[in-house]
Write a protein that binds this ligand. Structure first.
Ligand code: SF4
Length: 305
């Protein structure tokens, strides 16, 4: 692993005080970024943290929709995304316009949107969810009639299975998690027969079938901490291994597939964090008319979870 530039770290920490900033990082970010963050977590944990912070600036180390969610929840704060190219391909698989068309096919349906969507899509939705609370949110909707679940078909089909509800699914997916296949799990399991297999709900249904547990990244972090298992095989983006290994040095963690890398999550580096704090550029904003509607969907999720 490359040597971390201590000078760079010190400059970031110094500037962070001047800007009254907090650094939030997703569990898939580079190890060096996770290490400098004030808080690491999954999308739900990061939104909850953004909602309560008293920092004036939020440096969001994740992808664009996550920074937008922070901007939705914290209209008075400056939200920086150190690299604006960090977008989520799944979030780009649906637009507000396409969702409006779908809603015409199912008048009166409730729209549940995965947090991996743009603010404009959230504004067209009734309630938001993350992989950590999607089952809970859909269960709590009760018998509201038809539910359109967007945009992840694999998370959606898992929620349908867990809740026993029939959902109208959107054909989106995460290209990184779609690469994790049952054959890869079987291969790893043969190498580490006593390891527990944990996979993310964004994986394909056939991959989830051969896992011991289906968990969000936050759920995986808790499982690793609380379980007696000494070895775990992780079916998610490989960035999570950094945090798992750091927090549980006596346990061993193996990725199902070395191919499970999200290139967009690796764009943010110490250099771009420092640059954004110095220049206060790459501010993520959401127009007020969209923000107010999107906030309703996000707040409803936070209340329900
Ligand atoms: S891992 Fe998948 S869902 Fe997450 S940001 Fe990357 S492409 Fe999007």
């Amino acid at each position: 692993m490359a040597e971390i530039d201590r000078g760079l770290v010190e400059q970031i920490l110094e500037l962070k005080k001047v800007r009254k900033a907090i650094i939030l990082a997703h569990n898939y970010e580079l190890g060096e970024v996770q290490d400098i963050a004030d808080f690491c977590g999954d999308s739900l944990e990061l939104s909850q943290k953004a909602a309560v912070t008293d920092a004036e600036t939020i440096v969001f180390c994740g992808v664009h929709f996550m920074a937008e969610t922070a901007a939705i929840l914290c209209p008075g704060k400056t939200v920086l995304l150190p690299d604006l190219h960090a977008g989520c391909p799944m979030a780009n698989m649906i637009t507000a316009e396409a969702l409006r068309e779908k809603k015409k096919e199912y008048p009166g349906a409730t729209v549940v949107c995965y947090v991996n969507t743009s603010a404009a899509v959230k504004a067209e939705s009734d309630v938001c969810c993350t992989s950590a609370n999607a089952v809970k949110v859909v269960r709590k909707l009760g018998n509201t009639g038809e539910i359109i679940f967007i945009p992840d078909q694999y998370l959606g089909s898992w929620v349908a299975q867990e809740t026993g509800k029939s959902l109208v699914l959107w054909p989106g997916y995460c290209p990184t998690h779609a690469r994790i296949l049952p054959e890869d799990i079987k291969k790893r399991k043969a190498e580490h027969p006593s390891a527990k297999v944990l996979v993310h709900p964004e994986c394909r249904p056939e991959t989830k079938l051969v896992a011991d547990a289906v968990l969000s990244t936050g759920g995986m972090i808790r499982f690793a901490r609380e379980s007696d298992a000494r070895e775990m095989i992780l079916g998610t983006e490989i960035g999570i291994i950094h945090r798992l290994q750091k927090e549980n040095p006596e346990k061993r963690f193996f990725p199902v597939s070395e191919q499970a890398i999200c290139p967009r999550m690796k764009l943010i580096t110490l250099e771009t964090i420092l640059w954004s704090l110095q220049s206060m550029r790459n501010v993520v904003t959401v127009p007020d008319d969209i923000r107010v509607k999107a906030q309703r969907a996000v707040n409803r999720m936070l209340e329900m979870s």
